[in-house]
Design a protein around this ligand. Structure first.
Ligand SMILES: NC(=O)c1ccc[n+]([C@@H]2O[C@H](COP(=O)([O-])OP(=O)(O)OC[C@H]3O[C@@H](n4cnc5c(N)ncnc54)[C@H](O)[C@@H]3O)[C@@H](O)[C@H]2O)c1
Length: 382
C-alpha cells in the first residue's frame, strides 16, 4: 500500500511573492480534510509532514469518512494583502477542493475567512459527489455552518475546541503521572489554540506562569491573569502589553524554554523543540498543541530525559473532530455536547497511549504511531 502522499500541488502567486502548496496525504471515502496555514517560513516539506500528521489525526478521531490533507502559503500572515493572497490560493486550489479536499484554517489563517472565500467562489463547504447528493449530509452541513456562530465560554466554538481538547489531553496525562495540583504551565502561542487552552487550564486549576507570542514572552511566578490576557487579546493572537501587571516580567519570546515549569505547551510553530534546545526543557510533560513542534532528534533527547509527550495528532484533534461530528451527523449543534464529545475522545486516546507506552516500555509517540497508522488510501470520486 502506498504510504506516500497521494498528491502534492505547488502554486506561485501572480501578484505577490507568495508561494503555496496543497498536499492530500490520503483520501478516505474520497474525502480528506485539514487546515491551511500562512507563515513566511512555510515550505513544501512542512506541508507534506503536516498533511501526513492529519492522516494520523483522522485515524485517532476514529473517522470512517475522511483522510488527511494540508494547505500552506509562504507569506506574512500580517501583511495587508494576506486575505487577497489567501483568496488567490483558494482559487488556484478550487479544482482539488471541489474534488473533496476540504481545507480550513490554521496558523495565520482564519477559518471564517476560508469559508467566506469558498462561498464567494461558489464552492461552499468542500464536498464529494456522494455528499452533495445526500440530503441528510446537506442538513448536517447546515448544522456545521450554524455551529460556526456558536460560542462557548465566550470563544467561538471553532476557536476554542482545539485548545480545550489539548487542555483535557494535558489533564489526562498529568493525572496518569499522578502530577501535583496547581502544576506550572508555560505556553508558546496565544492564538486560537494557545489562548483557549490557557483559559481552560486556568479554570482547571493549573498555574500559567509564562506565555510567548510573536512579540514577547511574559512570565509571572505567581501565575498570569489568563482571563484578563484573553479578554484583551489583539487580533492574530497577540497579547496587549498595556494590560500586563506590575509583577509580570517581559522577555524575548526566544527565552520561553528558560522558564521553570512542570508542563510545556508549544502552541504556535513547527520544529520549535529541536536538537539545539531540547536539553533546556525543564518540564516533565510536553503537550503538542501545535502541529509537529518537536523534531525527531529532539524526541530522542527528551526520551532520555524521561519527558512524556501528548502527541499532536491526538492532543489537538479537536478542530477536526467537531467538523467530522457535525458534517457527518454524529452529534447535534449543542455546544456542551460538542465539547463533551471532543474532550472525551481525546481523554480516551491519551489514556490509551500513556497506558500502552508504560506497558510496552516505548515512547508515547512510538505507541501512538503504531495504533493510529492510516490504513485507507482511497482516490477522489469525480
Ligand atoms: N486552529 C486550530 O483549530 C488548530 C487545530 C490543530 C492544530 N493547530 C495548530 O496549532 C498551532 C497554532 O494554531 P492557531 O490556530 O492557534 O494559530 P493562530 O494564528 O491563531 O495563533 C498563532 C500564535 O502563535 C504566535 N506566534 C507566532 N510566531 C511566534 C513565535 N516566533 N514565538 C511565539 N509565538 C509565536 C502568534 O503570536 C499567535 O499567538 C499551529 O501549529 C496549528 O497547526 C491549530
Amino acid at each position: 500500500m502506498n504510504k506516500k502522499p497521494y498528491i502534492v500541488v505547488e502554486w506561485n502567486d501572480t501578484e505577490s511573492s507568495a508561494k503555496g502548496w496543497l498536499c492530500a496525504y490520503n483520501f478516505v471515502n474520497h474525502y480528506c480534510g485539514g487546515g491551511t496555514r500562512m507563515h513566511p517560513t512555510v515550505t513544501k516539506e512542512e506541508v507534506v509532514r503536516l498533511a501526513t500528521t492529519m492522516g494520523y489525526k483522522y485515524k485517532a478521531c476514529e473517522s470512517q469518512t475522511t483522510g488527511g490533507c494540508k494547505g500552506g502559503i509562504a507569506y506574512d500572515y500580517k501583511a495587508p494583502d494576506a486575505k487577497d493572497v489567501l483568496r488567490r490560493y483558494l482559487t488556484a486550489m478550487a479544482p482539488y477542493i471541489n474534488a473533496g479536499v476540504s481545507i480550513g484554517g490554521d496558523l495565520g489563517v482564519d477559518y471564517g475567512d476560508v469559508l467566506e472565500i469558498l462561498d464567494d467562489l461558489d464552492i461552499g463547504l468542500p464536498q464529494t459527489k456522494e455528499m452533495r447528493n445526500d440530503p441528510k449530509i446537506q442538513k448536517y452541513i447546515q448544522n456545521h455552518d450554524d455551529a460556526c456562530d456558536l460560542t462557548y465560554d465566550g470563544f467561538k466554538m471553532y476557536d476554542m475546541i482545539t485548545g480545550y481538547g489539548c487542555a483535557h489531553s494535558l489533564d489526562e496525562a498529568w493525572k496518569f503521572r499522578n502530577g501535583k495540583n496547581g502544576a506550572r504551565v508555560v505556553l508558546q502561542g496565544f492564538g486560537c489554540v494557545g489562548a483557549s487552552m490557557a483559559y481552560c487550564l486556568d479554570e482547571m486549576g493549573y498555574k500559567i506562569v509564562g506565555i510567548a507570542d510573536a512579540n514577547c514572552l511574559v512570565t509571572c511566578e505567581d501565575g498570569l491573569d489568563v482571563k484578563k490576557l484573553v479578554e484583551t487579546k489583539k487580533p492574530k493572537g497577540e497579547m496587549d502589553p498595556e494590560y500586563f501587571k506590575d509583577n509580570y516580567v517581559v522577555r524575548s519570546n526566544t527565552e520561553w524554554l528558560d522558564v521553570d515549569c512542570d508542563i510545556l505547551v508549544p502552541a504556535a510553530l513547527e520544529d520549535v523543540i529541536n536538537k539545539d534546545n531540547a536539553h533546556k526543557v525543564k518540564a516533565s510533560l510536553i503537550v503538542e498543541a501545535a502541529n509537529i513542534p518537536v523534531t525527531e532528534e529532539a524526541d530522542e533527547i527528551l526520551a532520555k530525559k524521561d519527558v512524556d509527550i501528548c502527541v499532536d495528532f491526538v492532543a489537538n484533534l479537536g478542530g477536526i473532530r467537531i467538523y467530522e461530528a457535525l458534517v457527518f451527523g454524529i452529534i447535534d449543534k449543542i455546544p456542551q455536547d460538542i465539547v463533551d464529545d471532543t474532550t472525551s475522545i481525546i481523554r480516551r486516546q491519551t489514556k490509551l497511549i500513556f497506558e500502552e507506552a508504560k506497558k510496552q516500555g516505548k515512547t508515547q509517540r512510538e505507541v501512538a504511531r503504531e495504533i493510529f497508522t492510516p490504513d485507507v488510501f482511497d482516490t477522489p470520486d469525480i
